[in-house]
Design a protein around this ligand. Sequence first.
Ligand SMILES: O=P(O)(O)OC[C@H]1O[C@H](O[C@H]2O[C@H](CO)[C@@H](O)[C@H](O)[C@H]2O)[C@H](O)[C@@H](O)[C@@H]1O
Ligand SMILES: O=c1ccn([C@@H]2O[C@H](COP(=O)(O)OP(=O)(O)O)[C@@H](O)[C@H]2O)c(=O)[nH]1
Length: 737
Amino acid sequence: MSKTIIVSNRLPLQIKLNNDELEITPSVGGLATGMKSVHKDDGGLWIGWSGLTEEELNESLEKKVDKAVAKENCASVNLSQNDIDNYYFGFSNRTLWPLFHYFMEYTEFEKDFWESYKRVNQKFADVVIENLEDGDKVWVHDYQLLLLPQLIKDKRPDVSIGFFLHIPFPSYEIFRTFPWREELLTGMLGSDLIGFHTYDYERHFLSSIKRILRLDVKFNEIIYHDRIVKVDSFPMGIDYKKFHEAAINHTELNTNDKSELQQRLDDHIQASQDTKLILSIDRLDYTKGIPNRIRAFEYFLNKYPEFKEKVRLIMLSVPSRSNVPQYQLLKKETDELVGRINGQFATVSWTPVWYFYRSMPFDNLIDLYTSSDVALITPVRDGMNLVAKEYVATRTKKDGVLILSEMAGASKEMNEALMINPNNFEQIADAIKQALEMPIEEQISRNTILQKRLERYSVEKWAHEFMKSLDATKNLGQVIVSEKLNDKLVERMLSDYKKAKSKLILLDYDGTLAGFQDNPQNASPDAALIKLLDRLNEMPNTDMVIISGRDKETFEKWFENKDYSLITDHGVWLRKRTKEWEALERLKNDWMENIRPILETFVDRTPGTFIEEKKYSLAWHYRKADPELAQIRTIELNTVLTSLISNNDLTVLKGNKVIEIKSSSVNKGRAASRLLSVKDYDFIFTIGDDWTDEYMFEEVPEGSYTVKVGFKKTKAKYYVKDTKEVRTLISKIADSQ
Ligand SMILES: O=P(O)(O)OC[C@H]1O[C@H](O[C@H]2O[C@H](CO)[C@@H](O)[C@H](O)[C@H]2O)[C@H](O)[C@@H](O)[C@@H]1O
Ligand SMILES: O=c1ccn([C@@H]2O[C@H](COP(=O)(O)OP(=O)(O)O)[C@@H](O)[C@H]2O)c(=O)[nH]1
């Protein structure tokens, strides 16, 4: 039976050593609490770190740990103290976490952290591969494991891999500052599906993909080598039933069964019945806006003094990543702020802030959620924030008010909350007042809508939707009509080639024989390519022709001493082995005077673009421009040109990051058919990467080997991945005698 393997940094359980005995506690944090409900039902395997370091383990302890985690359908990845220091506290939490949450001033770009991150991602990959069986799917989670999808794909290209990022993906302007940005993005692209909590994170990611890797993105699909990687947003839900039912059971508890915390809360409610409770729960993390919240509460008490003794803030701050200096500073700041406010406002019978610095078991969380009139959630950045959802789920009578920061991913789906900007104290103070005075009917009406959505889009539904979408990526390849030129097909082709008596090989140049360069003049043939072409050109009964949109002058210079056959300018000029140039078309170029100024205005308005002037055509290249601006400009330019060229014998060609204006009567297809009309061939092979090559694929007879470079929509029968594969293929032809 195939299974789903969940992989995350932390396992849902954390193990500590207590006098050689294992002390097992549930992990805190949204990822673990949310995924736990999914894992339980799936019967799969969860791979992650157990909480112990290699140094703490001996052989017998390791066995004990393996047994304990296996009982929960988990497998552990062993990390050393050095890994924890550099990969977890270091790269994950001193580099990626602050950068992705827009805390650039906290971000440390340390080479040692990066090296450790790569090593540990490999450790995870090894454990995943060890546990993989045919038909298994892998679901990788979060920023600690951004390189993992590609590491798995390299070894097991057949496996479906999903990746979900639980934190924000920052805007390109932030992400571009990152020294290893290409590696991180390509690591993620090992996945078949990449999920984010919100559409904003998704579009930021796609923006970096387009700008940094310069990949083609069609709506939410990335064309990556010969695969399509789908990107989508899936806002994570909670185990609604678990929280809601726990809250119902909680209301039915006898006094004796109540927790100590609940009894204290009850005493408080009894003693001052008109005093309301405001709750906040988060890990003590600088992204959660804890100092802002305390200061805003102080501001509220000053602005609305009538609420003194009538309201109390209960703050549960869970210790987190306390080895990282910024977290230690935050702890100090929080202690001081709480002390200051309590010192300033407390009376004999009232302390404005109750502050707990610890983690609490589930039952105590329910005590807090169900006893509080208001939840005040104020992160300055937060991927999602499940606490906001949990609070609403526990409001069995539908009363209570959620105040939520618009910087939390959850805000996108919780419109009925009172939305605040965490930096605006005035607004927070007013929202607190509004919440405390909100009529019960309004509370019920807001929570009814919120609860319905939370119940419907639960964490199970979220996981199901993600996996359904991952399964659907299996069919994405079928959109493309061509077939991968695999070893078996290559063998057949070589055998046809050997049998044939007269053979034609048509080779496009840019993007096919040579890689794409920012400056087209830098794409001159390297020594290895020349050697390869020499060999192919000498094959018996073989006409090798390089057919390109390049101008004749460039090819003349590059292939000066060679007797290759060349077709340039999309089919205007032909040079046979004799080295004599012959014009295949008689063309005019007086139209250029009118078109050039238009292209120049587009160059001026679109930084990074430039004009290439050929004898019979003009090309506007935009490979170095911002991809989104270029997309807008190509539409504009196309409209302008279409109206201008209608009376001329001109055509506008959309190539690979280029728009070219040339005579309509010239294209590679026409040039190819000229060759075919003067000689009979019983083996034809054509290969090319862009639109201009499609004419050629259309023109050659049925039975020819037509090959596209890259995974794109095409009329060609087959495709290969990239220029490297092109060269391997050609070299095989040149080797076959
Ligand atoms: O494992 P830790 O370093 O102790 O941190 C706990 C988790 O914090 C982060 O949670 C995020 O995931 C939540 C669920 O998607 C989301 O609501 C929240 O906004 C995020 O911050 C982190 O992403 C996890 O990897 C950590 O395990
Ligand atoms: O003492 C605590 C406090 C919080 N939580 C849980 O920790 C998660 C916090 O998730 P959230 O998405 O709000 O933030 P994160 O910590 O993941 O950034 C929620 O499910 C809480 O119920 C917990 O298990 N014990």
